[in-house]
Design a protein around this ligand. Structure first.
Ligand SMILES: [Zn+2]
Length: 299
């Protein structure tokens, strides 16, 4: 029997215990108020590490079984335990989170290897574990404030799929990173607000359904952009399963995405892909963080 702890840190923290790659027991959540979306961005990095350690300590004290690995899923560019960049948790930028958390845990008498994963990669790992397909390529697009791309099995790389270039139009410059023609510059929440200064993204999608020409044109561009990005990954790594999830997944019309993708992927060996919407939840990423940490022990 293997025991691990999985944690997701996005705009809130959720932690739980895994037994044999399944969630067990109750989940811990910070802050308790689920509507407080900016609670973490104002907390200094060292206090965030203390918060994580406190949750881990609570979970380890609940059971006598030793913890073999601790996995933490964080948005951003993660490399060998270091948060190289994390636009929505900018206080973590440059921190070796794996080392800092292990140090605080050791002071509390908890000795277990800490593994840090990108949050979208953790969702891909969680989906693969839930569906019993850890040996297969699983890819996930997360549609939230930003656009994330995750994959399982883990391979070294950057994989910033949200910043893939999907248009050569020089006017497409709404991406938060400053790059021209990026997927997130079309699909990201902030980018949509900058494009439609008079409408919220929810209103744009609602007006499109009512037939407004400008909004319909944009909603079509939104779907074509995601189809283009998905087609690029099919042309690079092959067909297979793609999952779509995230806070703003309600904007996605899967048949529409599929019809655009069908115009972009024409080589018959590449047409055996499948597309599926996953309702957003914390449990999948939490499970994936724990599974990734256990797998990292074997590497
Ligand atoms: Zn970008």
């Amino acid at each position: 029997m293997t025991t691990a702890i999985g944690i997701v840190m996005t705009d809130h923290i959720v932690a739980g215990r895994l037994k044999d790659q399944r969630l067990t027991g109750t989940l811990l959540r910070y802050p308790g108020d689920a509507n407080d979306l900016d609670a973490l961005s104002a907390i200094p990095a060292s206090e965030l590490v203390d918060l994580l350690a406190a949750q881990i300590a609570t979970l380890t004290s609940d059971s006598p079984a030793p913890v073999e690995a601790i996995g933490v899923a964080v948005p951003g560019i993660i490399s060998r335990g270091v948060v190289e960049d994390s636009p929505n948790l900018s206080q973590l930028k440059g921190m070796c989170l794996a080392f800092e958390l292990a140090k605080v845990l050791a002071a509390r008498g908890i000795e277990a290897p800490v593994h840090i994963a990108n949050d979208a990669d953790a969702i891909a790992a969680g989906v693969a574990a839930t569906r019993g397909q850890l040996n297969k390529l699983t890819r996930v697009w997360t549609i939230g404030k930003g656009i994330g791309y995750g994959r399982w099995p883990y391979v070294d790389g950057i994989w910033e799929g949200g910043h893939i270039t999907v248009t050569l139009d020089p006017k497409e410059k709404y991406c938060g990173c400053g790059g021209v023609g990026h997927l997130e510059g079309i699909m990201g929440y902030r980018a949509m607000r900058m494009r439609f200064l008079d409408l919220e993204p929810e209103e744009v999608f609602a007006l499109a359904r009512q037939g407004d020409a400008r909004c319909r044109e944009f909603v079509d561009l939104w779907h074509r952009a995601l189809a283009a990005a998905t087609a690029s990954f099919i042309h690079l790594a092959g067909p297979g399963r793609f999952y779509y999830t995230g806070h703003n997944i309600g904007f996605l019309d899967l048949p529409r995405l599929r019809s655009h993708l069908e115009t972009m992927v024409m080589m018959s060996p590449l047409q055996s892909y499948s597309l599926e919407i996953l309702p957003p939840d914390d449990e999948t990423a939490l499970l994936g963080a724990g599974v990734s940490a256990l797998r990292a022990l074997a590497r």
